[in-house]
Design a protein around this ligand. Structure first.
Ligand code: FAD
Ligand code: SF4
Length: 472
């Protein structure tokens, strides 16, 4: 691109994505941003200066050819752009919505050095939505069957990626999923207003149309063990069972009615549609005053979900300061627009119940920041004598999740670390057990969708090699 054109492109302002008005959206579960129009997408795509050495590609954990797909959008070739992305990313409509692009591709975008980075995530979302909405989703031609079958445990982003990639390499794949719906956290954790469930299901349908077999309500470790799968016709097994075990604070009163883990709360509302109770079977306590403990994306999702159930007040209680909040800036911004309150430098000490065992308040203590801990963040320290009570009839504990223990418990020759995460060779996803591979949150602890997918891609390559050579 000649310098004059580069200069012209650098002058194009970043396109603002239209979104639902905060006062309206806080009363519904519809998606918050509407997405770009075709004109906006083309204009935004023209902001990319088509770098010779595109740093954005290295910033993407699955190395999407970003300048190429953006150029196709700028030329109005939207379906081609979607196909380009799908060469390396099987879930672009999902990733375009939930990936932390500000810490990945957009963080290193050259245009961002002097102004706003190109909105790579929004363009990815646009291309994937365009392809789906215009009925242009193509099923790729598959190679002849290799004669091998692979079992995948868990239909989250890691498992679904492995399944799609192995099918394209000529192997048959069966995914066993414990829940009644495929998608993992994309279905039961991330709320509808951030990631509409019909989008996740259309990505799952695409894999099924390609030929992936998905068996629902199938808990591996209860129905069949990994050894039984290996001796029952599967040549390899990939474990992508996630980190679905909620951490608790272990403080008095945690078993009172009205105290939820974020996992339970979000599953009730997202997966079981508790906001439609009594039409849907599962209830949830809506509450008058809701407090959410934690500062990450899960806390933000739980708090913004609670806001939509119409209580008087929803607050995030976080023990560090605003600068240390691990949630995405966009989520904090959206939460504040919707009326979310923050009690920073505050930590709970005990839950207080009424005579019927229902939560009525939480005793908290103020914190101050001391010396940095091993994570490099300043350690929060209790301020003696600063205890106070917050009125609350619902509390949601969102302080992270641990590894799901069932698989390691039922297959003891799979090695785990001290937190219960499966240990693998990070380059291949191979576990300590021959023929068994793993990746995603069960290996990393709670991480991100794209990292789980990246693990899935690496494991699929390694499984393919193992199936061809038999070498371990
Ligand atoms: C509320 C919330 C919000 C998040 N927001 C974001 C975000 O905005 N952006 C982002 O990038 N990441 C986000 N994450 C993290 C992200 O969702 C995870 O890192 C990702 O889903 C991990 O993928 P996975 O495939 O390893 O596991 P999961 O998505 O957890 O899927 C594992 C699947 O395995 C199934 N399973 C478990 N045990 C068994 C068994 N024994 N047999 C059969 N099936 C089994 C589970 O039911 C589940 O469906 C969020 C997480 C949460 C909880
Ligand atoms: S770094 Fe930014 S400007 Fe350069 S190719 Fe990537 S998206 Fe385009």
């Amino acid at each position: 691109m000649d310098p004059k054109e580069t200069k012209e492109r650098m002058k194009i302002p970043k396109q603002v994505m239209p979104e639902q008005d905060p006062h309206e959206r806080v009363r519904n579960f519809f998606e918050v941003p509407y997405g770009y129009t075709a004109e906006q997408a083309m204009e935004e795509a023209k902001r990319c200066i088509q770098c010779k050495k595109p740093l954005c590609v290295g910033g993407c954990p699955v190395n999407i050819d970003i300048p190429w797909f953006i150029r196709l959008i700028a030329e109005g070739k939207f379906v081609e752009a979607a196909h380009k992305i799908k060469e390396t990313n099987g879930l672009p409509a999902v990733c375009g919505r939930v990936c932390p692009q500000e810490d990945q591709c957009e963080k290193v975008c050259i245009v961002g050095k002097k102004g706003d980075a190109v909105s790579i995530g929004r363009l990815e979302r646009f291309a994937a939505d365009y392809e789906r909405e215009h009925g242009e989703v193509q099923i790729p031609e598959l190679p002849r069957w290799s004669g091998k079958k692979v079992a995948v445990v868990g239909a989250g982003p890691a498992g679904l990626t492995v399944a799609g990639d192995l099918l394209k390499k000529g192997h048959k794949v069966t995914v066993f999923e414990a829940l009644h719906t495929a998608g993992g956290v994309l279905m039961y954790g991330i709320p509808e207003f951030r990631l509409p469930k019909k989008i996740v299901q259309s990505e799952v349908e695409y894999l099924k149309r390609m030929g992936v077999e998905i068996v629902l309500n199938a808990v591996v470790g209860k129905l069949e063990t990994i050894d039984e799968l290996l001796s029952g016709g599967y040549s390899a097994v990939f474990v992508g069972s996630g980190a679905g075990l909620p951490n608790f604070m272990n403080i008095p009163g945690e078993n009172l009615a009205g105290v939820y883990s974020a996992n339970e709360y979000l599953t009730r509302v997202n997966l079981m549609k508790a906001y439609q109770f009594p039409e849907a079977d599962t209830p949830v306590i809506r509450g008058r005053k809701v407090v959410v403990f934690g500062g990450g994306n899960t806390a933000m999702d739980a708090a913004r979900t609670a806001l939509r159930l119409c209580p008087e007040e929803v607050s995030i209680v976080y023990r560090r300061s605003r600068e240390e909040l691990p949630a995405r800036v966009e989520e904090v911004h959206h939460g504040e627009q919707e009326g979310l309150k923050f009690q920073l430098l505050t930590n709970p000490k005990r839950f207080i119940g009424d005579n019927d065992g229902r939560l009525k308040a939480v005793e908290c203590v103020r914190m101050e920041l001391g010396e940095p801990d091993e994570s490099g963040r300043r350690r929060p320290v209790e301020m003696k004598g600063s205890e106070f009570c917050i009125d609350a009839d619902v509390a949601i504990v969102a302080i992270g999740n641990g590894a799901n223990p069932l698989i390691p418990q039922t297959t003891p020759d799979i090695k785990v670390n001290k937190w219960g995460n499966i240990t693998v060779n990070p380059d291949t996803g191979r576990t300590s057990k021959k023929g068994v591979f793993s990746g995603g949150d069960i290996v990393r602890g709670g991480a991100t969708v794209i990292l789980a997918m990246g693990d899935g891609k690496k494991a699929a390559d390694s499984i393919d090699e193992y199936l061809k050579t038999g070498l371990w």
